[in-house]
Design a protein around this ligand. Structure first.
Ligand code: FES
Length: 106
């Protein structure tokens, strides 16, 4: 199991176990993380699973593809670390990953 740390807008951290092969978005939904809405269910067409990944972790993630990059133009407060959590697959490499959550998705 891989541990993921969701960081709420007020700084509160919630550490959860994630299944390799799943996504950060699905892990959030499975653990009642309300800041991840995921309207489209993970098909990269809603951008309501927006999150922020710290620079230190970026090299461990696959870079966003063209579709994700286009969808990130739709989020409320895009920053350099913005990602769509449905496009981040959980693996051992992500053990301890911190996922900062936005204060709103839309
Ligand atoms: S769940 Fe819709 S874009 Fe990620």
């Amino acid at each position: 199991m891989t541990k993921l740390v969701f960081v709420k807008p007020d700084g509160t951290e919630m550490t959860v176990e994630a299944t390799n092969g799943s996504t950060v978005m699905q892990t959030a939904l499975d653990n009642g993380i309300e800041e991840i809405v995921a309207d489209c269910g993970g098909s990269c067409s809603c951008a309501t699973c927006h999150c922020y990944i710290d620079d230190a972790w970026q090299s461990k993630l696959n870079p966003p593809d063209e579709i994700e990059t286009d969808m990130l133009d739709c989020v409320l407060d895009r920053k350099p670390g913005s990602r769509l959590s449905c496009q981040i697959e959980v693996s051992d490499d992500l053990d301890g990953l911190h996922i900062a959550l936005p204060s709103a998705q839309f």
